[in-house]
Design a protein around this ligand. Sequence first.
Ligand code: ADP
Ligand code: MG
Length: 322
Amino acid sequence: MISKETVLQQMSYNLDSIDIEGVGNKIPGKVRDSYVVGDKRLLVTSDRLSAFDVILSTIPFKGQVLNDMAAYWFDRTAHIIENHIISRPHPNVFLAREAEILPIEVIVRGYLTGSAWRDYHGGKDVSGIKLPEGLRKSEKFAEPLLTPSTKAAHGEHDEPISSEEIVKQGIVSAPLWEEVSQKALELFEFGSKVAAEQGLILVDTKYEFGLLDDGNGGKKLILADEVHTSDSSRYWIKDKYAEAYETGEEPPKLDKEFVRAWLIEQGYLGEGTPPSFEDDFRAEVALKYIEAFETITGQTFEAKPKNIKDDVQAAISGLKLG
Ligand SMILES: Nc1ncnc2c1ncn2[C@@H]1O[C@H](COP(=O)(O)OP(=O)(O)O)[C@@H](O)[C@H]1O
Ligand SMILES: [Mg+2]
């Protein structure tokens, strides 16, 4: 694996934000910045770290690591559903087909944890699903659960919504929601199987689906955004699960959850001033992300310290768009 020294060398080049010339207006997201050019979208994955919907710091190589993960999973899931990727002109950048994104975060959970546990523990149902009584934290569901939420406007938190409400409110039509549900569960089942081969549990994840013209006057469903990355998913280490579950502790997890756990330890839950991130800790976080990539994919992460901003601009300038 890449050394901590290399990671520290990259620190001053972290991609915070970028304004690319010649590709129109930037649409800033929490982690990625988009540029829409005709029927295409350039998705630039920055090194920004967000948790609790707040941007906290930048982490060396994080953008590339996330894109490496997404690329791996888009490739491996292409037999289940077509996706939005056209090409990857730079490690931090995807060129994608601009889709009409369904305004629902399609979340699938294999285990009772995170916000689902908080809702269940607080006596609430989970996205309209009434779970049996007596479930324990981190318990495996008999079948993976679809727990959608609405895609909140900028700065707001997402709200759980039931499948019934999605259809009733006309957010997504019944047949389309049926197709989305089926694809999401199929993706999750496949992801879980692949993760298990690597000694991991895919605990839960979020998908974004979109619609594209199918060329025959209709629309077709595709998988957009990112897939099974550590920003959109929670992974646990399989070997450590049974013991943690028995003792009622949170099973050890990969990557981002490491940061969340640290923040909670510092008493930060998304409100007020976040704790400051020292370079040494940021390097540790980077190594966690890299380790996660290597564990999930079985591949070796490759990168050298370099000025990402200049590199991205150069790669995009040479692209034929539109
Ligand atoms: N193929 C696509 N077409 C249109 N929008 C997309 C596509 N893929 C991803 N997006 C959108 O691009 C944005 C990615 O940036 P991100 O940092 O994840 O934003 P957010 O803060 O909304 O999570 C999201 O709003 C996502 O819905
Ligand atoms: Mg997002």
